[in-house]
Design a protein around this ligand. Structure first.
Ligand code: 5GP
Ligand code: ZN
Length: 112
């Protein structure tokens, strides 16, 4: 838990979110600024800043997060989706609590 982290505050319900999945290790909620008709974020309850801060101790958690993507995408009616993990400022990361973006729906996504 990091006191000034927006996703930690979402985990503890101090900031509301449109959460639709939760278990003991992970929460999943819709992105507040979606870039596709469906756009959600898979977020661990554990505060880890980014993928670059992960090591072998996070292997099971990362695997669990990744495997949630197709399950939840299917539940939301997506036939395909894109996953994205922005890492570090130069990687476009804005919220420094690791998360996987999952988005799709509507038109076929562009190649890049
Ligand atoms: P990043 O650029 O760090 O990979 O992505 C952070 C994402 O979190 C952005 O897509 C942004 O729209 C989303 N986001 C930031 N603050 C909030 C919030 O308070 N609630 C929700 N639901 N999403 C947020
Ligand atoms: Zn955090």
């Amino acid at each position: 838990m990091s006191t000034d982290c927006i996703f930690c505050k979402i985990v503890t319900n101090d900031i509301p979110s449109n959460k639709f999945y939760e278990d003991d290790e992970v929460i999943v909620f819709h992105d507040i600024r979606p870039i596709a008709p469906v756009h959600f974020l898979i977020v661990p309850k554990l505060h880890v800043e980014s993928l670059a801060d992960c090591d072998e101790t996070h292997q099971n958690l990362l695997g669990k997060m990744l495997l949630l993507a197709p399950k939840l995408a299917t539940q939301l009616g997506l036939k395909g989706f894109r996953t994205m993990i922005n890492t570090g400022r130069e990687g476009g990361q804005e919220v420094f609590h690791i998360h996987i973006h999952v988005f799709g729906g509507g038109e076929t996504l562009p190649k890049t």
